[in-house]
Ligand binder design. Structure first.
Ligand code: ADP
Ligand code: 5GP
Length: 204
């Protein structure tokens, strides 16, 4: 894949961090920001996991069957993918390319594997941001608070994974501690605006 550093193409903002660290919440705030309206879009991944309450097909994820995921992957329609707690997640090539060509900047919530893969594919236009929770105790509280139906076993699995993920934060361009939501959202907006200003002017 050629990343031709074309000035008019959009940038790719990759947000990672443990499940429950606040990526989705921060991204929602970012997308609602008036300075970024119409400029920044959320990438919608495909996943084989079940829909959570409040989630919508084609807005939050494209919820697909495992056999459809494998068909897309085999057909090279998926740029990067991962398996998380037994489910598949992936970024569709046509979805991402269409928006970048339009000049839209894209925001994606990906795990480490996906973040590194996209950074490799788009070295000049990908910016990686790692969201960390203030503590593991607070992370557990947020995961449990998000969905009361999440089983204790699943919460424990997510916490165990989070400990591993936190060790990789230094591989990212930015690390954002999400303690106070408004402050973190403000900081994220500053990062995005700085990168858009810098990279689109520098053309790199
Ligand atoms: P992720 O997308 O990283 O899995 P979410 O955005 O779903 O995480 O956030 C997990 C839970 O924590 C949600 O219920 C959300 O409202 C809450 N949350 C997010 N950020 C904060 C914060 N700074 N302070 C308190 N609660 C938060
Ligand atoms: P969740 O089930 O909480 O929505 O997501 C679980 C994990 O999968 C999160 O770390 C999330 O960032 C990651 N994820 C979601 N979509 C994708 C994707 O398309 N590719 C990759 N690599 N990870 C994804």
């Amino acid at each position: 894949m050629k990343d031709n550093a074309n000035k008019k193409r959009g940038l790719i903002f990759i947000i990672s961090g443990p499940s429950g660290s606040g990526k989705t919440t921060l991204l929602k705030r970012l997308l609602a920001n008036r300075l970024l309206k119409g400029k920044l879009a959320k990438s919608v991944s495909v996943t084989t996991r079940a829909k959570r309450s409040g989630e919508r097909h084609s807005k939050d994820y494209f919820f697909i069957k495992p056999q459809d995921f494998h068909r897309l992957n085999k057909g090279k329609k998926i740029l990067e993918w991962t398996r998380y707690l037994g489910y598949y997640y992936g970024t569709k090539k046509d979805f991402l390319e269409a928006r970048l060509k339009e000049g839209k900047h894209l925001a994606l919530c990906l795990d480490l594997k996906g973040a590194l893969k996209l950074k490799k594919l788009y070295p000049h236009s990908a910016v990686t941001i790692f969201v960390i929770p203030p503590s593991i105790k607070e992370l557990r509280k947020r995961i449990e608070g998000r969905c009361s139906k999440t089983k204790q076993e699943e919460v424990n699995k997510r916490i165990k994974l989070a400990r591993d993920e936190l060790r990789n934060s230094r591989r990212y361009d930015y690390v954002l501690k999400n303690e106070n939501l408004s402050q973190s959202a403000g900081r994220l907006k500053e990062i995005i605006l700085k990168e858009i200003g810098f990279k689109t002017i520098a053309g790199g």
